[in-house]
Design a protein around this ligand. Sequence first.
Ligand SMILES: Nc1ncnc2c1ncn2[C@@H]1O[C@H](COP(=O)(O)OP(=O)(O)OP(=O)(O)O)[C@@H](O)[C@H]1O
Length: 269
Amino acid sequence: MSTTDTAHTAGAARTPTGPLVEIRRVRKSFGAHQVLRDISLEVPEGTVTVLLGPSGSGKSTLLRCINHLETIDGGRIIVDGELIGYRQAGHATHEMTPRQIARQRRGIGMVFQRFNLFPHMTALENITEAPVGIARIPSATAKARARELLDRVGLADFAGHYPSQLSGGQQQRVAIARALAMSPKLMLFDEPTSALDPELVGDVLDVMRELADDGMTMIVVTHEIGFARGVADQVVFMDGGVVVESGTAAAVIDTPQRQRTRNFLESVR
Ligand SMILES: Nc1ncnc2c1ncn2[C@@H]1O[C@H](COP(=O)(O)OP(=O)(O)OP(=O)(O)O)[C@@H](O)[C@H]1O
């Protein structure tokens, strides 16, 4: 059993309040391919939602819509009371100004499958780049904060290392620290461990679990069922662009009601 499978009472240390994220009847197509057909879900503040589903079910697309990397075709997405995407007569996402979009994106941290660190910058520089360049935080303040974040992800001694000098797991932990440096209210993770060697997965999931324990609101796309069972307050199984089944980890993972969910879980176990 990996450390990520150890007992963690999902949501126990947190007191969920209202939804930080509301997704209502969201639709998204690429050409004739309708990837998101009708997605609705809510993510209460301070909780972790894990999105499960087969390849091509639209999980990444949904995360990208929440973070303004894609524009929805219908429905609406609200994060912290603000419309992110809304497509109905007279209200289109693209009517937002670039400045509004940039401001909203700053409140949402995203960690991708591939760490996407700047190769010519040290770990510390990768983390301070956005706070200094975008948020205009004084360099000394940003550096001090970056060191705290490196410590938090277990890499206090690696501030001066370049990405090529770090393992994949260490790079991903720097990527998490980089996202946290903008003090997001929501963190999105898109298969953060699927590009890692198996022995490096646990350290990254442990950092994510600590974030959850600290009350970070998180939406995580992952096939790590042990993580979902141990950390998720809510598990959402998507297939064919719809939510097939959602509920607690115990409900969706241990006692799935739908055959499609059972088939998927068997395929990843
Ligand atoms: N920019 C794009 N243009 C055209 N098709 C796209 C685009 N982005 C995603 N798709 C298609 O949308 C579908 C859903 O992709 P998406 O990456 O959201 O699924 P997923 O559930 O995250 O799958 P995976 O686990 O493989 O990443 C796929 O068929 C994909 O090819």
